[in-house]
Design a binder for this molecule. Structure first.
Ligand code: SF4
Ligand code: SF4
Length: 110
């Protein structure tokens, strides 16, 4: 875990452990050219959480869709087959991801 920055380490401890993509050996099964969306967009996700000061979790989801989905898929915030099939880990676990990031004292993403 030494290579993980503090934000992903927090997400690993709270989200990866219950993520459906984790195998019985505790390893993520998402690899290669289509990496975990949370890893891929972590700096943007962290930035959104650190500047969106709201007690309403859905406010963070709106930002994720505006910023991350807009970069991730041609359909962006309006249309995504992964979201529709509950196959996107950011969309599926967004509340836990927000909470994990908020629990990390402010540090720059390395
Ligand atoms: S898909 Fe992402 S959130 Fe799920 S176990 Fe893999 S790295 Fe963690
Ligand atoms: S919901 Fe779709 S467009 Fe948004 S981050 Fe997930 S896979 Fe990408």
């Amino acid at each position: 875990m030494a290579e993980l920055n503090p934000y992903f380490e927090a997400i690993h401890n709270r989200v990866c452990v219950i993520c459906m993509e984790m195998n019985e050996e505790g390893e993520c099964t998402v690899h290669g050219g289509d990496p975990c969306i949370v890893r891929k967009y972590l700096p943007r996700i962290v930035d959104i959480v650190n500047r969106t000061r709201s007690a309403i979790l859905e406010d963070y989801l709106v930002q994720f869709r505006d910023v991350v989905c807009a970069s991730c898929s041609p359909g962006g915030e309006n249309e995504c087959v992964f979201r529709d099939e509950s196959a996107c880990v950011l969309d599926r676990y967004y509340a836990l991801i927000v909470e994990a990031i908020q629990d990390v004292p402010f540090r720059k993403v390395s």
